[in-house]
Design a protein around this ligand. Structure first.
Ligand SMILES: Cc1cc2nc3c(=O)[nH]c(=O)nc-3n(C[C@H](O)[C@H](O)[C@H](O)COP(=O)(O)OP(=O)(O)OC[C@H]3O[C@@H](n4cnc5c(N)ncnc54)[C@H](O)[C@@H]3O)c2cc1C
Length: 294
């Protein structure tokens, strides 16, 4: 006879985000397999999916519903010799980049310096000047908004600038098509990307990367960081939250910072940019608040 151990649901758990501030989860589960994930999704309450927390602000009051961390669903399977990988959503992107580069598989090295799980990176089509993850995505395996398992080939998705076109879905695994390349050249490219990030971003501070999406101004994607800088916001502070001097679209946290400080700084910067450039900025970071799922 086989007996299955019930999935542990922890209560009042801190949520670790890259901002390093904010409240916790009333309930949090860390399923060990897709099977356990499916069982959790059979429950009634609303769920929130937690990746690395690198693009997330959780309000100081914490969140209701069930937070599901995919940290233990992180296997990487080679489907085909020569570069088709199936990566479970909780796998760590930076580790995967290092491993694929070492093995001479190219395609992810332009995403160096982006902290993420594969699921989180695919959800928002993470990337920047050196490429984006959808350049390598071939197929995405999900639970759809009705919590049914559903897979999509890339051309079935409306992915684009910082979106994978998968709102309301839970990404369980992603198939990535990488290309064979010379490990030394791939490593050099990764080093170049990392060197650029080190000089242009406050990588040693707590932040969530870019706070705002780059807006369309007269039909052209325009740097939010530039608009924030031109509005005189570099160094602007609200409590312990501060606009970085190095990259104006990064907000960094100082001792004593709260989520409330970051939210206030978001409002202050948005107002200044609206005044100076006539552009209304939209947040890129996900913001979780108690009651926002009802
Ligand atoms: C120093 C620094 C540099 C950064 N640089 C970049 C950059 O250059 N380019 C860039 O694009 N981003 C950048 N970011 C932001 C961040 O790394 C990316 O947005 C990343 O994709 C977030 O992934 P995550 O796993 O941490 O997601 P989380 O922050 O945990 O979650 C973000 C959102 O995605 C959802 N989500 C997460 N996993 C899943 C899943 N499996 N299924 C469905 N939804 C899911 C969450 O529910 C949430 O709404 C940076 C962040 C930092 C801290």
């Amino acid at each position: 006879m086989t007996t299955s151990t019930p999935i542990v649901i922890e209560t009042d758990v801190p949520i670790l985000t890259w901002f390093g501030v904010g409240g916790g989860a009333d309930m949090l589960a860390r399923p060990a397999s897709i099977q356990e994930l499916r069982t959790l999704l059979g429950r009634d309450e609303p769920v929130r999916i937690l990746g690395e927390g690198a693009n997330l602000l959780v309000d100081d009051g914490g969140v209701d519903g069930l937070v599901i961390s995919l940290e233990n669903i992180c296997d990487v399977l080679e489907l085909e010799e020569g570069g088709l990988l199936c990566v479970e959503a909780g796998a760590d992107l930076p580790k995967l980049i290092i491993e694929t580069v070492r093995r001479g598989f190219g395609g992810l090295e332009g995403l160096g310096g982006i902290p993420a799980t594969i699921g989180g990176a695919t959800f928002m089509n993470a990337g920047g000047a050196f490429g984006e993850i959808f350049e390598t995505v071939e197929r995405v395996h999900t639970f759809d908004p009705d919590r049914n398992q559903r897979s999509y080939y890339k051309d079935e998705l409306k992915y684009g600038y910082r979106t994978g076109g998968l709102d309301g879905h839970l990404i369980a695994a992603v198939e990535l098509r990488l290309t064979e390349g010379d490990p030394d050249k791939l490593r050099d490219r990764l080093k170049e990307v990392m060197a650029y990030k080190k000089t242009s971003q406050p990588m040693k501070e707590n932040s969530a990367g870019c706070v705002f999406r780059n807006p369309l101004v007269d039909g052209e994607r325009t740097s939010a960081g530039k608009l924030i800088d031109e509005a005189g916001c570099k160094g602007l502070r609200e409590g312990g939250a501060e606009v970085s001097d190095r990259h104006a679209n990064f907000f960094i946290t100082r001792e004593g910072c709260t989520a409330r400080d970051i939210l206030k700084l978001i409002d202050a910067v948005r107002e200044r940019v609206l005044k100076s450039a006539g552009v209304e900025l939209e947040t890129e970071i996900a913001i979780w608040r108690r009651g926002d799922m009802q």
